[in-house]
Design a protein around this ligand. Structure first.
Ligand code: SF4
Length: 497
């Protein structure tokens, strides 16, 4: 599916190096979904296909599956959605006992087929296939190390570097698990990895657990283990959620079952709070409840912090809806629908003309004119990034007859870019990095605008509030960002906020 966002008209999904700024979705975008399964005797390629199908929201540019049949690796990957890349006959060409899969939205490395994952690399013990969610921040150093030892890097992704680093450690004499641990110790940043080998599957999380990774069980005799970025990737194949892979943990899954190794003492866990607010699917479980429930609480808190007199509240479909329901429950403002989403929007390569854009071509959302006419409305969204989409949306609601438009955002202002695997704009393009809330309200032409407080967002998790990364709201990055990497995205002089 096209990014699970609320954009009015996030025009065709293209490779990121082709997208002009106006056409880029006005949302932070999730960067990858990973899946792995060890299940001899089962159709592992098909199970992985369905797992990736459920994780499609985590990356729509490319998809890939690698299966292991003894020491032979069967690999198929291409640009496109999971349903476009695979069909029955392709899946039949992927026999094996275990599989690793990946959906990708590029954050490092351009959007090309060669950068699609899993990345397959040869080693002394056979091939390995690696699927990565996250971003390393020390790629310059790691790349230099690998090039010095004559590694034949063929892509521009940090994921391939991790695969080569594991192969290098294995070639120096380590077994799969030790080789992976030693390679992970050379990596800094965010990484949730699923790695296939001829002998079993590994799942690994970085010491801060910035990106999610869960373990599931396919019941039967014997029980089989599954790894996925989110629990929705387990539900689809009927696997039961067992637990999260812990920050700094490696799990090794083979014929003997699952072995856990804490390869790095856990630092403070720093799960990306944006996974909770928006990226992960609302039906996925985090901390034993669905994200739908958390997002409703965000809406309730938002109403408590920033009530407004109005006739109707609605969310920007789909991601703003749970918070809008929560807002309605806490404020007493009636909940309804004000915008209808075209649920059948697929990938299109037809570019609208400038005239079509100016005349308000609405590819995804259409207002309900009779519902909106004469109403004071509250529209709830999960975030504002550049503000271009929000502005168009407000204009549309007014044209449809709304007499007042109040905007409520169920997260704080996004002031900093992400370096840990989310595709964000550079800081100067983030509207809240350079404008106050009052200035943003003026630019969006709303009657009022309020964001949820940082404290409110974290307290609504009902968890230790220190256990989340919220750097895109604060600039407080849990894993230090090297200066040259910072320069690529940050305004280095302090922004006026
Ligand atoms: S910087 Fe923001 S988007 Fe990136 S990991 Fe931290 S909270 Fe998530």
């Amino acid at each position: 599916m096209i990014p699970h966002d609320s954009n009015m008209d996030d025009y065709p999904q293209q490779s990121s190096n082709q997208i002009n700024q106006e056409d880029r979705p006005d949302k932070q975008e999730e960067a990858c979904g990973v899946f792995g399964i060890y299940a001899p005797g089962e159709d592992v390629a098909k199970l992985t296909y369905f797992g990736l199908y459920a994780l499609q929201h985590r990356g729509q540019e490319s998809a890939g599956i690698a299966t292991f049949e003894g020491t032979t690796v069967h690999l198929h990957k291409d640009m496109g959605l999971v349903s476009q890349v695979f069909n029955e006959s392709v899946l039949q060409e992927l026999p094996g006992n275990l599989a690793v899969g990946h959906t990708r939205y590029s954050t490092t490395g351009s959007s090309r087929k060669v950068n699609a994952q899993p990345a397959v690399v040869d080693s002394r013990l056979g091939k390995l296939a690696l699927a990565h969610n996250g971003n390393l921040v020390n790629t310059v150093q790691l790349r230099e190390e690998l090039l010095q030892s004559q590694c034949n890097l063929v892509t521009t992704t940090d994921s391939e570097m991790v695969a080569f680093a594991i192969a290098e450690e294995v070639n120096a004499g380590a077994n799969w698990v030790d080789g992976c641990i030693q390679a992970c110790r050379r990596c800094q940043g965010a990484f949730s990895l699923v790695i296939g080998t001829p002998d079993g599957v590994m799942g690994v999380r970085d010491p801060n657990g910035i990106r999610p990774l869960v373990i599931g069980i396919l019941t039967g005799e014997p029980e089989r283990y599954v790894l996925a970025s989110e629990t929705c990737g387990l539900d689809i194949i009927g696997a039961e959620y067992l637990r999260d892979v812990l920050p700094g943990e490696l799990v090794w899954i083979n014929e003997e079952g699952l072995t856990s190794i804490q390869w790095q003492q856990q630092s403070q866990r720093k799960l990306c709070i944006f996974e909770m607010i928006y990226f992960a699917r609302p039906d996925s479980l985090m901390h034993e409840e669905t994200l739908y429930s958390y997002r409703m609480r965000l809406g309730r808190r938002l109403a408590a912090e920033s009530a407004v007199e109005a006739d109707l509240v609605f969310g920007v479909p789909d991601s703003g809806i749970p918070a809008a329901i929560g807002f309605s429950q806490a404020s007493g403002v009636a909940y309804g629908e004000g915008l209808i989403k075209n649920r059948y929007v697929g990938r299109t390569f037809i570019q609208p003309t400038q005239t079509m854009r100016e005349s308000g071509l609405r590819m995804k959302l259409n207002p309900l004119k009779d519902v909106l006419a004469g109403k004071r409305v509250v529209i709830v969204d999960d975030s504002i990034v550049r503000g271009t989409t929000s502005r168009k949306l407000v204009k549309t609601l007014r044209e449809a007859g709304a007499v007042e438009v109040h905007m409520r955002i169920s997260s704080p202002p996004v002031t900093h870019p992400c370096f840990y695997g989310i595709d964000t704009d550079t800081q100067d393009q983030l509207i809240a990095a350079t404008k106050s809330v009052a200035e943003i309200a003026k630019q969006l032409e709303v009657d009022s605008l309020a964001y949820l407080s940082w404290e409110g967002m974290l307290e609504a998790t009902r968890e230790d509030t220190n256990s989340f990364c919220s750097a895109c709201f604060t600039g407080d990055y849990p894993v230090a960002i090297p200066e040259q990497v910072k320069r690529s995205k940050l305004i280095l002089e302090k922004a006026t906020v």
